[in-house]
Design a protein around this ligand. Structure first.
Ligand SMILES: O=C([S-])c1cc(C(=O)S)c[n+]([C@@H]2O[C@H](COP(=O)(O)O)[C@@H](O)[C@H]2O)c1
Ligand code: NI
Length: 409
């Protein structure tokens, strides 16, 4: 299982996350290409530079509002206006829906923004829908959150683990005025997550960093023994501190993780919902990390024809999928059953070059031998559409390229 471990000894923020992912192997060009799909054309510029923080070489990612890079009163006024746009959760969800990003990326970003809205709402005494984000709704936060979702998706991460978080101490000046550290939204988000304060009277963990952790991560005090590290990335924070102001990101594979996590079956009987909703529901559940989703025709009480919706999830995705089911369907109750046993092939993703372009291929092995190879549908579809060739031809090309590579290895 592909996993990451976030070692937040100097806290965690949006720009630290992006820097760490880039240094750990996400191509900068890919991140830029995907972020360009946000309907924020010309509003921001991503700057990625190598920096050294207390002797540690790290990547520093900064999201600059475009007009800041030029001069002139009109442009400065425009930058000022961008910095003070107050977006609601609905505004951000609309912006995400409009973007031709993958559904998995959009759903990951939505989960983070919903958590932020709930935390902000609690702090300011408002329903989440009425929260007007200040800093956390601005262009830089959208880029940080969507960028993080892009990186998780690119690396095919199935499990996110995180250490206890160094939140810092003192006070921070923000749009609200002066706030204690951790900022109230951070304190709200990190309820129940182990935290500490060390090394700097500064805000080390921001709302964005805390929300990403709460959205995707499970706590692990240290790197698990079965975590085979393949890459390490350091993402820099903006300030220079007495301690290295970096987030350390380990990318690797876990052997034992699958066995540790018994998947769950969430199921519910539905007899009063339009069939039009199912396709949308399936997309949302898969994007939130469901392992499988299916519907079985049944007869319910009073001989009513109905549907039994079943969703297979890992424990970490249980709450996100439960929320989607209650939000999107007419269900008012769920049965949760641990799967008695699941036998799974070992899986890895290989990237192959075909004459049409690069395609990721899932390679499943059983007892050391390849059982099946499965080219990524989204990659094949994109290339088939772009080059006007049959989808099956791209599939065949990808399988041929993989067979050639394996045969030649
Ligand atoms: O934008 C809002 S409403 C906001 C709320 C809070 C609360 O704790 S409430 C804190 N902040 C501060 O804004 C900056 C930016 O945070 P990012 O996560 O976007 O990097 C940070 O100092 C927060 O503490 C903003
Ligand atoms: Ni706030």
């Amino acid at each position: 299982m592909k996993a990451i471990y976030l070692d937040a000894f100097s806290g965690i923020s949006g720009n630290m996350l992006l820097g760490a992912f880039l240094q750990a192997g996400v191509p900068e060009g890919y991140l830029r290409q995907e972020l360009a799909k946000l309907p924020l054309a010309g509003e921001f510029e991503l700057s990625c530079t190598p920096v050294t923080k207390q002797g540690i070489r790290a990547a520093y990612v900064d999201v600059r509002l475009m007009p800041e890079t030029a001069h002139g009163e009109a442009q400065e006024a425009q930058a000022h206006a961008h910095a003070h746009v107050h977006r609601t959760l609905a505004d951000i969800e609309a912006l995400l829906s409009e973007a031709p990003l993958s559904e998995a990326v959009k759903e990951k970003a939505r989960v983070v923004f919903r958590l932020l809205a709930e935390a902000e709402g609690k702090v300011h005494g408002k329903p989440a829908a009425e929260v007007a984000f200040h800093e956390v709704g601005a262009v830089d936060s959208i880029v940080d959150i969507v960028g993080t979702a892009i990186c998780l998706d690119y690396l095919g991460i199935e499990q996110v683990l995180a250490s206890r978080l160094n939140v810092g101490s003192g006070y921070v000046r923000c749009a609200h005025g002066i706030m204690p550290v951790p900022a109230p939204a951070v304190a709200e988000l990190l309820m129940g997550w182990p935290t500490y304060a060390f090394g700097a009277e500064e805000e080390l963990t921001t709302p964005t960093g805390a929300a990403v952790v709460r959205a995707f991560a499970q706590h692990a005090a240290a790197l698990p023994e079965d975590f085979a590290v393949r890459a390490i990335g350091y993402g820099a924070g903006s300030r220079d501190l007495p301690l290295p102001n970096v987030l350390r990101l380990y990318v690797g594979e876990r052997e034992g993780a699958a066995a540790e996590e018994t998947p769950l079956l969430l199921s519910t009987n539905i007899d009063d919902m339009s069939p039009e909703v199912y396709g949308y529901l399936f997309d949302r559940l898969f994007a939130a990390g469901a392992l499988d989703v299916w519907v079985t025709p049944i007869y319910m009480k009073k001989n009513r024809p109905a549907q039994q919706l079943t969703v297979l999830v890992r424990p970490a995705q249980r709450s996100a999928c439960t929320e989607i089911i209650f939000r999107e369907t007419t269900s008012i109750g769920l049965r949760v059953t641990p799967l008695a046993e699941r036998i799974a092939c070992d899986r890895r993703t290989a990237s192959v070059e075909t004459r049409y372009g690069a395609v990721r291929v899932k390679v499943a092995s059983w007892q050391g031998k390849i059982a099946t190879t499965s080219p990524e549908y989204e990659d094949c579809r994109r290339l088939a559409e772009a080059q006007d060739v049959p989808l099956k031809e791209v599939y065949d090309e990808a399988r041929r390229a993989l067979a050639f590579r394996l045969g030649g290895a």
